[in-house]
Design a protein around this ligand. Structure first.
Ligand code: NAD
Length: 319
């Protein structure tokens, strides 16, 4: 299969590209390297099966050009920072919703009929049902980022049914592992490197979420997409996570312990009832039964196991 992976030089993207090449596919990566890094692809860069294009997909012309010749698109390019949505909704809209539209229009112009999309657990907003299943609704996101992912899913589903495509969305829990360049583990490590004596935790510390390892995530993306193509489905959404959750305060302790430090850990108290930021969902855990019934299951273990492993991996990425 000739895959186009947008955002393929990013954290999740680079792991997916490695897997696709290992599985014998041809991969074109399009990335503007805003948060992605070429060195993330260094193990596969010499491969005749990899082509890298540095370009910005907020341009419709670029999106039309790069989708030419692809059999299937995995769309990961986005602004992945949930937090910035309260300061700059426009950048979230342009990089998430508009960019998705550009990719879809490029696909339509070039007759490409298959897309997999990195959506997010944030589409559910403050779900009343935990673990939250895919058919939970109505979805009322509480962040601009979550809104942008739900809007993108809506466009993708609309295109799939209108033009007879196969499309899947992955509603990802918090993904962690080597090369992560954002998120709570990365932030805590950075804070402790700056000041090993204290560690500030945004919010009241009780925020409790589900963590999934990047290796399990990209395997889910690949397996579920291939199966959806085989079945010729129109549109399916899949939750990708682990069957439990862990609080941010516990993560702070694990990070400190793994770094061999005993900082004073304190919480900011947070905003809006103890949230880390406006739009921070306090409790997130996804039902993964659907993905499991399609043949995938997470291998790394519980959220705690995933966090422990990722802290060690992210630490070894710092030089
Ligand atoms: P990332 O920042 O490492 O990956 C995004 C990639 O897109 C980067 O390589 C970046 O350079 C590229 N990109 C951004 N804007 C672009 C543009 N205009 N043109 C071309 N390329 C552009 O983040 P990630 O964590 O790997 O996230 C990948 C996807 O998964 C994103 O869509 C994100 O919203 C989604 N997601 C991530 C998580 C998580 O926990 N990491 C959770 C839910 C959803």
């Amino acid at each position: 299969v000739k895959f186009l992976v947008t955002g393929g030089a990013g954290f999740i993207g680079s792991h997916l590209v490695e897997l696709l090449i290992e599985e014998g596919h041809d991969v074109t990566v399009v990335d503007n390297l805003s948060t992605g890094r070429l060195e993330f692809l260094k193990d596969v860069m010499g491969s005749p099966h990899l082509r890298f294009i540095r370009a910005d997909l907020t341009s419709p012309e670029v999106a039309r050009e790069v989708t030419k010749g692809a059999d299937a698109v995995v769309h990961l390019a986005a602004n992945p920072e949930v937090r910035i949505g309260s300061q700059s909704p426009e950048s979230i809209y342009l990089q998430n919703v508009q960019m998705t539209y550009n990719v879809l229009e490029g696909m339509r112009a070039n007759g490409v009929k298959a897309i997999a999309f990195a959506s997010s657990s944030t589409v559910y907003g403050e779900a009343r049902v935990i673990p939250t299943p895919e058919d939970y609704g109505p979805c009322y996101p509480i962040s601009v980022y979550g809104g942008s992912k739900l809007a993108s899913e809506g466009l993708i589903s609309g295109y799939a049914f209108t033009f007879d495509w196969t499309a899947v969305s992955y509603r990802l829990a918090n993904v962690v592992g080597p090369r992560s360049t954002h998120g709570v583990i990365y932030d805590f490590i950075n804070k402790l490197r700056r000041d090993p004596t204290r560690l500030e935790v945004l919010g009241d510390g009780s925020q409790s979420k589900s963590y999934v390892h990047v290796s399990d995530t990209v395997r889910a993306m690949y397996q579920l997409f291939m199966k959806a193509l085989e079945k010729g489905v129109r549109y399916e959404a899949f939750n990708i996570g682990t069957p439990d959750r862990i609080s941010v305060l516990e993560i702070a302790k694990i990070v400190a312990e793994t770094m061999g430090l005993s900082p004073q850990i304190y919480t900011t108290g947070g905003v809006d009832g103890g949230r880390g930021w406006r739009g921070d969902v306090k409790v997130m855990q996804l039902s993964i039964e659907k993905a499991v019934s399609w043949g995938w299951s997470p291998q790394v273990g519980s959220s705690r196991d995933v966090v422990r492993r990722a802290v060690t991996e992210v630490l070894s990425g710092f030089k």
